[in-house]
Design a protein around this ligand. Sequence first.
Ligand code: CO
Length: 252
Amino acid sequence: MAMEIFVKTPGEIAKMRAVNVIVAKVLDACEAGCKAGATTWDLNEIADARMKELGATSAFLGYHGYPASLCTSVNEVVVHGIPRKDVVLKEGDIIGIDFGCFLDGYCGDSARTIAIGKISPAAQKLMDATRESLELAIAQCVPGNRLQDIGWAVQSHVEPLGYSVVRSFVGHGIGKAMHEDPQVPNYGSPGRGLRLKEGWVLAIEPMVNAGTPEVEVLADRWTAVTKDRRLSAHFEHSIAITENGPFVLSRL
Ligand code: CO
C-alpha cells in the first residue's frame, strides 16, 4: 500500500489530546510504583487499573499477540519488555515504561525511562541525553520542516556523547491506529524527507544505547535487548504539528 499520512482536524486533535492525557496519567501512576522490590507485573496491574478508572482500553494488549497493557524494559532491554512476576526492580536499575490506549476511537502512546533509587552517573547521563534528544526532536515539529530534521535532532545530540541510536525500531504516525504512516526514524540528514504538515500527529520515540546500536529479540519474540547487553533508554511523546508549532499531546 502506498504511504498515506492522515491530516487530523482540530476536532480529532482534541480527541487525541484527551486520550494522551489519560496516557500521561497512567504513566504517572506507573512511575509512582517504580520502586525497589516491585515487580514489572505490579506495574502492569497499576497501568490496567488506572486505565480502567479513566475509561480507556489498551492499545498494546493483543496487538500482534502482545500479552500485557504496559511494556517494561529494564536496563539492557531496549523496548517491548513483557511485565513479569519474576522481574523484581532493584536499586540502580533503569526501567522504560511504555503505555498506549484508545479513547473515543483515537490512540495515545508515550514512554519514559525511570531511575530506581540511586543510579550510576553513567545511567543518569544516558537517560538525560535521551530525554533531551526527544525535546530537541519535538522542537522540530513545525510545519515546513522536514521529516529527517526530527531524526537528525536526536542523532546529532546523542552521538557526540558517545551513544548510539537504535535503527531497527522507529517512531510513527498515530491516530485511529497506533501505527500510521509515516515512520519516524531517530536518525537522518537535516533538510531531507517529507515536509511536515499542520495536522499530522507523530509519536517520536528515541531509543538510545550506551554501546552498540544493534539489538536482538529474545526467545519470547518481544523483548528487544542491546546486543552488547549495555544500557538503553527510551522516551516517547505523541505530538501534533500545529500552526503554532508542536503540541505535546502526552504531556500534562
Ligand atoms: Co510508539
